[in-house]
Design a protein around this ligand. Sequence first.
Ligand SMILES: [Fe+2]
Ligand SMILES: [Fe+2]
Length: 311
Amino acid sequence: MGQYPPAEHVIVHLSDTHLLAEGRPLYGVVPVEQRLAQALERIERSGVRPHAVVFTGDLADLGEPDAYRRLRAAVEPVIARLDAQLIWVMGNHDERGPYSSLLFDEPASEHPQDRVYDVAGLRIISLDSTVPGYHHGDITLEQHAWLRHELSTPAPRGTLLALHHPPVPTPLEVMAVLELHNQPALAEVLAGSDVRAILAGHLHYSTHSTFAGIPVHVAAATCYTLDLGADAGRLLSGVDGGQSFDLVHLYENVVVSSTVPLGSFPEATGFSADYRPMIEQMPAPTRLEQLSSKGSPLTLSEASSSGASLT
Ligand SMILES: [Fe+2]
Ligand SMILES: [Fe+2]
């Protein structure tokens, strides 16, 4: 109804599920499976039909085999109903052995878990930024060479690069210790490529920046949130609240990432779906008058409270 045609690709971006074996709560208090289920239920109920669902790492908090099995059991039926492609990314809490064998049904591997997906002409690269035995991130020279080679052929609709450690600064100093190392080398590989946006996680809060001129979208965690507004004197504060996931819409020339908060909130205003056909049928000038004019009898609040008609 505006200047842009509908998005060509829709991607759901979730991060940092941090599941534990036997469904144990994280730190004994965060029901991480429930939090993930809430996110998946929200996605399904919203009616969004994503081309792909991307999880940017820290899938299992301790890399336990049972955590990966439980993750698959929770996620795969939803993915099947959405008819979407499922894209996993390694995080520092994951372990390559169970990650490769239990999520991909491949022989267990300790090599970097880099994979490439064709999502209706959009290339999504899952890049393993983990360093075995550590929580900070890095990308090896071999991976850089592989990525350079992969990007040497542009994809029809461009590329999304998904990796766990975001190549952006963080004001949380403790998290800065766990950042992605050797970022200039990655910038060099991405320079002049068809990478349209970088999706990442790791920070447990939603943040957006640029890297080498490319937009970077960091999804918050589904498990717990690092609170940037915590009281002074707290070096780090993770809270069981404020969880979210992102919807990434790719238009012809622009990528938009939007955050969906998790939780149940009372609706304050809105239109029911019944209004859609009426709005669609209106000639553009009528639509503008009905929805934009301050003189129009219809406002969002009136529509929801009094059932006002658009006709
Ligand atoms: Fe995490
Ligand atoms: Fe992480």
